[in-house]
Write a protein that binds this ligand. Structure first.
Ligand code: BES
Ligand code: MN
Ligand code: ZN
Length: 493
């Protein structure tokens, strides 16, 4: 499990804080933000210093030395415009500021905006701070852990009592997200299907039952999608079945994750090969589901949750599946594999079929880095959501909004369903024509849910970043974890 700094709450006066850095958010236009007056006065300044690079835009940082103060330095961080203030802006500012000091400061404190502050704002600040204080360093011979150990949030006394449980929830969400990041960023030679299944066994708490199907069991159970994709790899596939069963559950949902531990494209090899390295993260959907399971008990989730992690490596080995092979999915559907690089939908077809077999399931949600088309349509920062159920769709969009994770509804045009008809089998895995690629992926998956309310989250855009951005350090982002947890955790309003 990733080790994040400890979080503390205080209502103390700023002058009484003994920390290596004091973070002070400032609105755009250098309008004094919360605590800025106190901090600036202490520095002998009567306004935010003019600096050509610092305007208080979201995430901007200006570090000021504070030699005579209990804090070693004051870090001003931009919050953006006062009239556009949102909890996500607070999350981003906290993440940017903490990230900027985490390599050199052991302890930091941060103030919060004084306008529109709620317990949700405090939670957002806590999440941002923890999520920004993350770095993947498990592949270095000399690990360089971050220096930061303690983050203190300075909260208004009116909210202090109610803030503690919010901060605890923030910690659970952030730890889960960072676990997903670790898994996504781990090099693929260290994390194949077998290792990822083992990680589920080792990392999940005792309230999650873990069952692993090996290649023999997959064959006995008719999981032809997983077996076909794995054929080109020396590494066998795995299906990990997760079960979380609280007492007297109010509902039952199933989460299905795409877990391609590396996607070369198979015989339909990806080109150019320079874009291939990101494909170590093609198991991000499975990582997100796995990590969410780790947090259910701690959040007191009152819903029974089942999980299916569909794990395989997509390689072009001598025994690899060929374009034009016909395979049989768990639910009996035959699929002509026209492009071996459309492998995610093949392994998910088995996982969704299994999830839909349970008559007791109220909703199925799959998470997958499914198509390049989704980020060509809506950009790299947003998740595309497809659904056959308006109510489920609304719930997920609300959860994503609450988590600050951009999500956009995309269509499942019934008119395009015919494009999936194969000339020799029930379906092909491509959908003729090159149009609406993300929708074709969704339409293909819909064939396997047997009418159960279902949503498909295509995270092929936001699962990865090459650059640091706010509370999201570069590499695997763990996007999707907090949305799923927001959706499942007990309502408190
Ligand atoms: N894993 C890829 C999709 C992907 C691409 C995720 C880039 C993240 C970044 C998926 O398996 C794939 O190759 N999809 C194909 C589908 C096509 C062959 C129908 C694609 O998007 O090109
Ligand atoms: Mn692919
Ligand atoms: Zn893939």
């Amino acid at each position: 499990m990733p080790s994040l700094p400890s979080l503390h709450l205080t209502t103390d006066a700023l002058g009484d804080l003994d920390v290596d850095a004091l973070i002070v958010p400032v609105f755009r236009g250098a309008i004094e933000g919360p605590g800025a007056d106190v901090a600036l006065r202490a520095l002998g300044l009567d306004q935010v210093p003019r600096d050509e690079h610092f305007r208080g835009r979201p995430g901007e940082i200006l570090t000021l030395a504070a030699p005579d103060q209990p804090w070693g330095q004051v870090v001003l961080v931009g919050l953006g415009r006062l009239d556009a203030l949102s909890d996500e802006q607070v999350r981003r500012a906290a993440g940017s500021a903490v990230r900027s000091v985490a390599e050199r400061c052991r302890t930091v404190a941060t103030t919060l905006p004084e306008v529109k502050v709620s317990t949700a704002t405090i939670r957002a600040a806590a999440e941002g701070a923890l999520l920004g204080a993350y770095r993947y360093d498990q592949a270095r011979s000399q690990p360089e852990p971050l220096v930061l150990t303690d983050v203190t949030l300075v909260v208004p006394s009116s909210l202090a009592g109610r803030a503690a449980p919010e901060v605890e929830r923030a910690r659970v969400h952030a730890e889960a997200q960072c676990l997903a990041r670790d898994l996504v960023t781990t090099p693929p030679n260290r994390l194949g299907p077998v290792e990822l299944a083992q990680a589920a066994r080792e990392l999940l708490p005792a309230d999650v039952e873990v069952e692993v199907w090996d290649e023999q069991r997959l064959a006995d159970e008719g999981c032809g999608g997983l077996l076909a994709v794995a054929r080109g790899s020396a590494r066998p596939p795995r299906l990990v079945r997760l079960r979380y069963r609280p007492a007297n559950p109010v509902a039952h949902v199933s989460l299905v994750g795409k877990g391609i531990t590396f996607d070369t494209g198979g015989i339909s090899l990806k080109r150019p090969s320079s874009i291939m390295e990101e494909m170590k993260g093609d198991m991000a959907g499975a990582a997100v589901v796995l990590a969410a399971f780790g947090a259910l008990g701690a959040l007191g989730v009152p819903v029974a949750v089942s999980g299916e992690l569909c794990l395989a490596e997509n390689m072009p080995g001598a025994d690899a599946q060929r374009p034009s092979d016909v395979i049989t999915i768990r639910n009996g559907t035959t699929v002509e594999v026209l492009n071996t690089d459309a492998e995610g939908r093949l392994v998910l077809a088995d996982g969704l079929s299994l999830a839909a077999e349970d008559d007791d399931v109220d909703a199925i949600v799959d998470v997958a880095t499914l198509t390049g088309a989704v980020f060509r349509a809506i950009g790299k920062r947003a998740t595309g959501v497809f659904s056959n159920d308006d109510d489920l769709l609304r719930q997920l969009l609300a959860a994503a909004d609450d988590a600050g994770e951009a999500m956009w509804h995309l269509p499942l045009w019934d008119d395009l369903r015919d494009n999936l008809d194969s000339t020799v089998a029930d379906l092909d895995n491509l959908g003729r024509g090159d149009e609406a690629g993300a929708t074709m992926g969704g339409l293909f998956l819909r064939e396997f849910v047997d009418g159960t309310p279902w949503a498909h989250l295509d995270i092929a855009g936001p699962f990865w970043q090459d650059e640091d951005r706010y509370h999201l350090p570069r590499h695997g982002t763990g996007v999707g974890v907090r949305t799923l947890l927001r959706w499942l955790e007990p309502r408190r309003d």
